[in-house]
Design a protein around this ligand. Structure first.
Ligand code: KIV
Length: 280
């Protein structure tokens, strides 16, 4: 059964936590959907995980639509949220509405995610007026990495914490159906969650949120190297893939693959006839 804004809201009201993972392609979306995860985020983190950029800033609307289309096809039950990339909504309210519309109309998303709080309220309201559900994203907002001076925990002093609470209330008032809290101290996220009627989804924001989101490559440990404190590995898929790729390479080189059972047969007489023709 398809998850909707109503089923997600009901989960908050009934105290049932919401699970969200990122996905960027059809087959991963299908696996996540089959696992019963309620929401899939086509994050602009695809700039790093799929396209190899250092941050999300170069990601375009075309990139987002391309990946959202694939995810939507693989997710018959999960509620698909597509990220609005950098500069697709900051220029004007008109841009925000039209680009949100493209993610729904061309990408097949059920909702969009937009970074920012108080300062982006007008854009959120306008997108919601166009009947497109909006998930807001506050706290550490990766598209503001240059303004924030890096990927840092937000809201650690009274003034900054107060600002995040104001952001949370502003996006709810503007009509957002959900809000992602990224890299916010756990006690502050719990306080915000208790003050909002819409679900909060945490990433590096503690257990007091109404749900959690992780980048799927992080939780599967697909890439070696630095990972944020909030990431937990739920599998060692990077190692499993490397082992499988090496085993394949070894078998190709030794001739063990393909074996008899992986090959197609032809009548021997046909081969004899062809050989006769060639040698004539
Ligand atoms: O782009 C993304 O994947 C995100 C999540 C980390 C929340 O915004």
């Amino acid at each position: 059964m398809k998850n909707t804004v109503l089923t997600l809201q009901k989960q908050k009201e009934e105290g049932n936590k919401i699970a969200m993972l990122t996905a960027y392609d059809y087959s991963t979306a299908a696996i996540i959907n089959a696992a019963g995860i309620e929401t899939i985020l086509v994050g602009d983190s695809l700039g790093m995980t799929m396209l190899g950029y250092d941050d999300t800033l170069p990601v375009t609307m075309e990139d987002m639509i391309h990946h959202t289309k694939a995810v939507s096809k693989g997710a018959p039950d999960a509620f698909v949220i597509a990220d609005m990339p950098f500069m697709s909504y900051q220029g004007s309210v008109y841009d925000a509405v039209m680009n949100a519309g493209r993610l729904v109309k061309e990408g097949g998303a059920q909702a969009v995610k937009i970074e920012g709080g108080v300062e982006i309220s007008e854009e959120i309201s306008a997108i919601v007026r166009a009947s497109i559900p909006v998930c807001a994203h506050i706290g550490m907002t990766p598209q503001s990495v240059n303004a924030m001076g890096g990927f840092k925990v937000q809201g650690k002093n009274v003034q900054k914490a107060r600002q995040i609470i104001e952001d949370a209330k502003a996006v709810e008032k503007a009509g957002a159906f959900m809000v992602v809290l990224e890299c916010v101290p756990a006690a502050l996220s719990a306080l915000i969650t208790s003050q909002l009627s819409i679900p909060t989804i945490g990433i590096g924001a503690g257990a007091g949120c109404d749900g959690q989101v992780l980048v799927y490559q992080d939780m599967l440990n697909l890439f070696p190297g630095h990972q944020a404190k909030f990431v937990k590995h739920f599998g060692e898929v990077g190692k499993a893939m490397t082992d499988a790729f090496k085993a394949y390479s070894d078998e190709v080189k030794s001739g063990a693959f393909p074996a008899e059972e992986h090959t197609f047969k032809i009548d021997e007489e046909i081969i004899k006839t062809l050989e006769g023709e060639i040698n004539r």
